[in-house]
Design a binder for this molecule. Structure first.
Ligand SMILES: NC(=O)c1ccc[n+]([C@@H]2O[C@H](COP(=O)([O-])OP(=O)(O)OC[C@H]3O[C@@H](n4cnc5c(N)ncnc54)[C@H](OP(=O)(O)O)[C@@H]3O)[C@@H](O)[C@H]2O)c1
Length: 300
């Protein structure tokens, strides 16, 4: 089988990667190369594909040699970095993008974050987002560069709310009962990335797309959970000190991140869906309720 377009993906086995890759695999004109730490995991997720449809390159953020050896011949790159250290991650983003453009890549689609909209160095996540985007944006003679800036992933609930719901039928946060949290479904992020990677490069050029899909207050969130799970889930508002202790002592989160999460719960407030998101997706964004319904078993 001959494919018209070869797309290279880094970080495509997780929350965003799965819907993204599944969408791209359904395009008969496209073949994919996945850069991943575990080929066995890729095989398990995406199964057997027709010959040449899905190539796997085993590699790690810390060793770009397999990437350098395999990037030639691709036209587009999806770039998602899972940062252990924000400083180090800027170097990684730049290295992948530089090597990609040098090999002839025409478009890079980067996953950044909504905090990048916040004021200069207001918090470490905002600064990391700015540095990642600047690392690609400042590459001399680069080609197209599209940035997705998603807000809070609905999948974050699996590592936080699902645990407190299972143990005590409650969700816990510091935000006010009526203070909206800017949720986005990772399915929408993956789908928008897939759309951009298949549409004409000139259409999106150097676009930056905010992604807030369904802002909901803690009150609304608890009501949705109660409705979907069929039992009462309540919201417990805790102090900054209590929340910080939970994040650092119970969950092992480093200080900088825990402090930033507290900061964002007050300073990052969106009460509306990102304008134009439905135009980009060609449908309404997935709601928090729809996402919880699909993932109901994780909360039971
Ligand atoms: N969570 C949020 O609310 C939020 C909000 C805004 C932006 N973001 C951004 O969204 C991204 C996370 O997306 P996600 O939820 O889809 O992530 P995820 O589910 O955790 O998946 C992470 C992906 O990165 C790969 N990966 C991790 N460490 C790697 C390494 N050392 N070398 C090579 N590959 C590695 C993983 O591959 P393996 O299969 O090898 O594990 C996987 O494909 C991050 O960039 C984060 O900053 C998150």
């Amino acid at each position: 089988m001959v494919y018209d377009h070869k797309i290279y993906l880094i970080g495509a086995t997780g929350n965003i990667g799965r819907p993204l890759v599944r969408k791209l695999l359904s395009n008969p004109k496209v073949s994919l190369t996945l850069f991943a730490r575990s080929p066995a995991k890729v095989q398990e997720i995406y199964g057997n594909q027709p010959a040449g449809k899905l190539q796997i390159v085993q590699g790690d953020h810390e060793n770009l040699k397999p990437f350098e050896d395999s990037i030639a011949g691709h036209t587009r790159l999806f770039l998602l970095i899972q940062a252990n250290s924000f400083k180090n991650s800027e170097r990684i983003v730049r290295s992948f993008a530089e090597k990609a453009y040098a090999s002839g890549i025409q478009q890079v689609v980067l996953i950044s974050g909504i905090c990048t909209n916040m004021s200069w160095r207001s918090n470490v996540i905002a600064e990391a987002g700015y540095n990642w985007e600047n690392a690609v944006n400042s590459i001399p003679n680069r080609r197209a560069f599209v940035t997705l800036r998603p807000a809070y992933f609905m999948s974050n609930q699996l590592g936080t709310d699902a645990l407190s719901i299972k143990s005590s039928n409650k969700i816990i946060d510091t935000r006010g009962l009526e203070s909206p949290k800017a949720w986005i479904s990772p399915n929408d992020i993956g789908e928008l990335a897939a759309i951009i990677l298949q549409e004409p490069i000139e259409k999106h050029e150097d676009a930056v797309y905010d992604m807030v899909g369904d802002p909901k207050t803690p009150k609304e969130h608890a009501e949705i959970l109660s409705r979907v799970l069929g039992r009462e889930i309540v919201y417990e508002k805790v102090t900054d000190e209590q929340c910080y202790d939970m994040m650092t002592k119970q969950a092992g989160m480093p200080h900088a991140l825990a402090y930033t999460m507290l900061y964002l719960s007050k300073e990052l407030e969106y009460d509306h869906v990102s304008p134009g998101l439905s135009v980009l997706l060609g449908r309404q964004p997935e709601t928090l309720e729809q996402w919880i319904e699909k993932n109901k078993n994780s909360f039971l």
